[in-house]
Design a protein around this ligand. Structure first.
Ligand SMILES: C[S@@+](CC[C@H](N)C(=O)[O-])C[C@H]1O[C@@H](n2cnc3c(N)ncnc32)[C@H](O)[C@@H]1O
Length: 269
């Protein structure tokens, strides 16, 4: 008989479960980042690049980039995420090319002017809940990028009051572990800019009579932006949008609604 457990936990508590849910498609996304970096960072048209990834999680993008010959540093505030990312790098024979440090992305120190490109896709910058935190974060990235470097950020914007409740389903499987996640996003009310995401994960571990079923519920918050709130913060922080792309790397305009990958560059002073 299947043994069933239910839990409440923080969203990123279990790196393996996060990894299983998000691994699929990572290499293709990393190829998109590489293409954009080659196009927009100066002196990056060929050869290995040095990548910085704030909010690097399980390190899946840096692993894929290292497998393509690059090197990089990941910064995540959760030590278990970094431990998982480092162990995975070791397992894949990439430990000499990537390293992971535990720090908040709004206050981290890496070597100055040492990176060709920084990446931060899938709305992770929206974990920063104040203008100050985003401006501080952009200052840290600016210090880390060499002259001519770019920052590729994936962010969704919505006109005030227009965001609708929405849902997402994620699935992933490795030997003996299958994960299904349902996330429901509730837009903020009134003047608040805190979107609430409620996740329910169903995890099947093992097979047959030994099988365990776990259910984990978590709640987390993301900061919302209108296009003009985002643009005016970039302006305050001294950055500009160079180009926008869809998740598969197709060029598009920066629309007032929806997700895009933005290529950002520090404005010259
Ligand atoms: C959606 S995950 C993205 C991970 C990775 N970039 C990927 O796409 O697989 C967001 C990550 O941001 C990290 N995070 C959230 N707030 C952070 C902060 N203030 N500073 C550093 N990391 C943060 C979490 O620990 C989590 O690993």
């Amino acid at each position: 008989m299947t043994h069933v457990e239910s839990d409440r936990a923080s969203y990123y508590d279990d790196p393996l479960i996060y990894h299983v849910l998000h691994m699929h498609g990572t290499r293709a996304e990393a190829r998109v980042f590489e293409r954009l970096a080659r196009r927009h960072a100066t002196n990056a048209a060929s050869g290995p690049l040095r990548w910085l990834e704030p909010a690097s999680g399980t390190g899946r993008y840096l692993h894929a980039l290292a497998q393509a010959g690059h090197s990089g540093v990941g910064v995540d505030m959760l030590a278990p995420m970094n431990a998982f990312a480092a162990a995975e790098a070791e397992r894949l024979g990439l430990a000499a090319r990537v390293r992971f440090i535990t720090a908040p992305m709004e206050r981290f120190n890496v070597r100055r002017a040492a990176f060709d490109v920084a990446i931060n896709p899938i709305n992770s910058v929206r974990h920063l809940m104040t203008d100050r935190a985003l401006v501080d974060h952009l200052s840290c990235v600016r210090r880390a990028l060499r002259s001519g470097g770019v920052y590729i950020v994936g962010v969704e914007v919505n006109p005030t009051g227009m965001a609708q409740p929405s849902e997402d389903v994620w699935k992933g499987r490795v030997a003996g572990l299958s994960v299904h996640q349902f996330v429901s996003y509730v837009p903020p009310e009134g003047r608040s800019r805190r979107e609430t995401a409620m996740s329910h994960k169903t995890i099947l571990i093992g097979r047959g009579a030994q099988r365990k079923e776990r259910h984990i519920d978590s709640v987390y918050h993301l900061r919302t932006y209108t296009k003009s709130q985002w643009e005016s913060l970039l302006q305050t922080a001294g950055w500009e949008v160079v180009a926008c792309y869809g998740p598969t790397g197709r060029a598009k305009a920066f629309e007032p609604i929806g997700y895009c990958l933005q290529v950002l560059r520090p404005r010259s002073t």
